[in-house]
Design a protein around this ligand. Structure first.
Ligand code: CU
Length: 326
């Protein structure tokens, strides 16, 4: 009885104090952590029971000196076997229902349904409903918006049916993440979002499969070439958090990292405005030139001026060469 109480208390304490997860920075993270902590509590209890029985048995039933007799013949115990099958079955069933519930609360079962009903077919909404659903027409298939199966995490229950406060298009490519803000036309290598706002990321890839992973937000979603996936979440903690690629995508996969900044509304607007100015300023424009079509003078001019070389200096270096072009 006492052992049982101590075991339960230790498991409950460790389930809340394991320290294995990074900071939780989104509302979705709280749900995921509750599930993780519940599983951790159960695992701790099971671990102590199993390891405890092994250690106690190893000591209590060890071979004594000069004892060469056989062990007692034990052949199975039906009630015990039923018990140790039934208990894990109930635990696993409970975890599956609980995780189903959390996934549903986060919007995992119906992504994209809230804002773009045409992006998804009825057959994708419910596994098994495919037989009754009409086949997509060729028009729907050729449309870039048509996705047979919606993938990702959609609107949380409280935001269902509402468009997100902020939409960002995310593109994964070897080896970087590009964030485009369609409302303001800003493109950035970092993701900035306002705190406590419902943010939707439309994710795609240009070359191979990548995975957008936000550890502090407990969200991870594949970026797939040719189709859009989605993550919708609400950040509830200010700060700077890592964004990682979680799908081996090539030689420099490990360097495919960037930052997610959760900012106050003012900070976010200031950042957005500074980006708008930068992207609209003509001085910042990059013009591609073909060096093969340039004369030596044109090609070398920027380098020469950078080094502080002018035509006077060159004349001194090559006093005999009066045709010096530079
Ligand atoms: Cu990648």
């Amino acid at each position: 009885m006492l052992t049982g109480i101590v075991l339960t208390l230790v498991s409950l304490w460790y389930g809340q104090n394991h320290g294995l997860l990074p900071i939780a920075a989104s509302e979705e993270a709280t749900h995921v952590d509750n599930l993780f902590n519940a599983m951790m509590t159960i695992s701790t209890g099971l671990f102590i029971i199993v390891e405890g029985v092994i250690i106690i048995s190893a000591i209590r039933f060890r071979k004594r000196k000069d004892d060469n007799t056989d062990g007692s013949p034990v052949h199975g115990n039906v009630p015990l076997e039923i018990l140790w099958t039934a208990i894990p079955a109930v635990i696993v069933l409970w975890i599956s229902i609980y995780s189903f519930e959390i996934y549903n609360e986060m919007g995992g079962f119906d992504p994209m349904a809230a804002n773009d009903p045409h992006a998804m077919h009825a057959q994708a909404k419910m596994p098994g409903a495919a037989i009754a659903a009409p086949l997509p027409t060729s028009e729907e298939l050729s449309s870039p918006k048509s996705n047979l199966i919606a993938i990702g995490v959609g609107a949380a229950a409280k935001n269902e049916g509402k468009p997100a406060d902020l939409v960002v298009n995310v593109t994964g490519l070897q080896y970087a993440w590009i964030f485009n803000y369609p409302d303001s036309g800003v493109t950035s290598g970092e993701l900035h979002i306002p705190v406590d706002k419902d943010v939707q990321l439309n994710i795609s890839a240009n070359d191979v499969i990548h995975a957008l992973w936000l550890p502090e937000f407990r969200l991870k979603q594949d970026a797939i070439p040719g189709r859009t996936t989605e993550i919708r979440f609400t950040a509830n903690r200010l700060g700077e958090y890592p964004i990682r690629c979680a799908e081996l995508c090539g030689a420099y996969h490990g360097s495919m990292n960037t930052q997610l900044f959760v900012q106050t509304a003012e900070e976010y607007n200031t950042w957005l405005q500074s980006q708008e100015v930068a992207s609209n300023s003509p001085g910042e424009q990059v013009v591609a030139v073909n060096p093969a079509k340039m004369s030596d003078r044109e090609f070398l001019a920027p380098y020469a001026s950078e080094m502080g070389i002018n035509s006077e200096i060159l004349k001194q270096i090559h006093p005999t060469d009066s045709h010096n072009q530079i």
